[in-house]
Design a protein around this ligand. Structure first.
Ligand SMILES: Cc1cc2nc3c(=O)[nH]c(=O)nc-3n(C[C@H](O)[C@H](O)[C@H](O)COP(=O)(O)O)c2cc1C
Length: 468
């Protein structure tokens, strides 16, 4: 099986060409130039209309494109799959890349399509799968020196065999030939090895990986588990792809970020808290890391996974969060402090060291205010760039802006990200957010309702602009 075409322009050219080369009935009936031109024009319009209709019928798999973020929007990735059992991970990987906005074109080695059927990747990506090279020169269409080429070639999983061939310029499968062309065309190539540890430790494999790195190919380190070099999870691979395709404008910058809720214990089994999921802070951490920055993440109790590359400190109470922040800022130099955590303003005045018995008609709990972490940080770090978050409820944009400005005017924050938790899809425990970014000298930026990763990019862009 091979893909006869994989782009709409190729398809339309083919259709238009074939219709124009057939003899028309008008050639026989009416040879006048004007009739012929009229005929050609109407055929062209008809075909063009049909081609448009064909191209507007999108594979339903593509409906997920951009559902997580627009980070890879307008990007095209060739996903090269080779003969490892880890080929089963490619479905999830391709879908994740698509959810971040990219088109994915799968290429398979002959051994890969013995392990998973190309139909599965065709379904996953919504595009025909290249399993062999034909007169369409698929490797050049995907990865040659021209404007329509893909933005990145991802070889995941990469077998010892394919690694050896790629390192030595051997092109005998659709995968190895696509990679060769990509290397020559200076398209970024990311290789994700997968094999048993015994194969990974072979000196030739070690040498081949070294060779690939020397010629500028990016190689991800596998997870060494159960005597195997396993491919990292899809999130990690996608975040490396995002990093390779995005700007590296935060190289050398260190960020301290707080995220998630905190808990105020009443007794041994009960606490007060808020519905923060930590997603906004985690997405900001992901964005910073993908742009080359380093992150200390002080994280309250959340179920979401923080980025692997972040230095994570898990905390529970507002006091613990304050001590971690203070300690990090004392020991290391941070360039930016982003306080996304929903730190409790009040906690129970005392924690009863057992379970308060149930069954009483009424129970009153006294609350005491907590220390404002952000105020304390500003007091001790006058030059630190501080970004605060302000959640309000049921206010107009004008009022939101006014309230956000108080933190700027008091000199505590350099930027304030404000939102209104009463609006649909905004603030706590949502995948989306809609924010107002307020800064010095009257700066105001409205970020419309978007996925939190996209909001994170807007916030980081604003920080970069404000600091430059
Ligand atoms: C079920 C199965 C799983 C395999 N898993 C791996 C693997 O994880 N890594 C590897 O290097 N080779 C693995 N192999 C061996 C490769 O498929 C074999 O070396 C093949 O020649 C690779 O061809 P390719 O690189 O063109 O895909 C596996 C073979 C089979 C049958």
């Amino acid at each position: 099986m091979s893909a006869s075409s994989f782009s709409t322009p190729a398809l339309s050219n083919l259709l238009i060409y074939s219709l124009f080369t057939f003899t028309s009935p008008f050639d026989l009936e009416d040879k006048t130039q004007s009739r012929r031109e009229f005929y050609l024009r109407s055929v062209y319009q008809h075909v063009f209309k049909d081609v448009k209709q064909v191209s507007s019928i999108t594979h339903t798999s593509k409906l997920i494109i951009g559902s997580l973020s627009q980070t890879l929007s307008n990007r095209r990735i060739a996903l090269c799959v080779t003969g490892s059992v880890a080929a089963v991970e490619c479905v999830a990987l391709s879908r994740l890349l698509m959810r971040h906005g990219s088109e994915v074109y799968a290429v398979m080695s002959p051994m890969a399509h013995k392990i998973i059927h190309p139909y599965l990747l065709e379904w996953a990506t919504g595009n025909p799968v290249i399993v062999e090279l034909t007169g369409q020169i698929e490797h050049i269409t995907l990865a040659g020196k021209h404007d329509e080429r893909v933005d990145l070639v991802l070889v995941a999983p990469a077998t010892a065999n394919t690694i050896g061939k790629m390192a030595n310029g051997i092109d005998d499968t659709a995968v190895t030939t696509t990679v060769s062309s990509a290397i020559g065309a200076k398209i970024p190539v990311l290789v994700v090895p997968a094999m048993h540890e015994s194969m990974f430790d072979h000196p030739a494999v070690v040498e081949n990986i070294k060779k690939l790195k020397e010629i500028g190919v990016h190689v991800m380190s596998p997870r060494m588990e159960e005597a195997k070099a396993k491919i990292p999870d899809s999130e990690e691979i996608a975040s490396r792809v995002i990093s390779l395709l995005g700007p590296q404008d935060l190289n050398g910058k260190h960020f301290l970020i707080t995220a998630g809720p905190t808990r105020g214990w009443m007794d041994r089994v009960r606490f007060i808290t808020n519905p923060s999921s930590g997603r906004m802070g985690i997405e900001i951490a992901n964005e910073v890391i993908s742009r080359g920055g380093t992150v200390d993440l002080v994280l309250g109790p959340v179920s979401l996974s923080p980025p692997r590359e972040a230095n994570v400190r898990k905390v529970e109470t507002p006091d613990e969060m304050l001590s971690s922040v203070t300690e990090i800022l004392t020991k290391s130099k941070a360039d930016v402090f982003i306080s996304t955590a929903a730190v409790l303003d009040y906690v129970p005045s005392e924690m009863v060291d057992s379970k308060i018995p149930s069954g009483t008609a009424e129970l009153a709990i006294n609350l005491k205010p907590t220390v404002k972490i952000i105020d304390k940080v500003r007091k001790n770090h006058k030059k630190l760039f501080i970004v605060g978050f302000k959640v309000e409820s049921g206010v107009t944009d004008k009022e939101l802006e006014k309230r956000a400005k108080t933190k700027i005017e008091s000199g505590v924050c350099d930027l304030v990200v404000a939102n209104d938790a009463l609006r649909e899809g905004v603030a706590f425990d949502t995948e989306t957010n809609q924010v107002l970014i307020v800064g010095l000298r009257g700066f105001v930026k409205h970020v419309p309702l978007s996925m939190k990763r996209d909001v994170a990019r807007e916030i980081v862009n604003t920080i970069v602009e404000a600091m430059s």
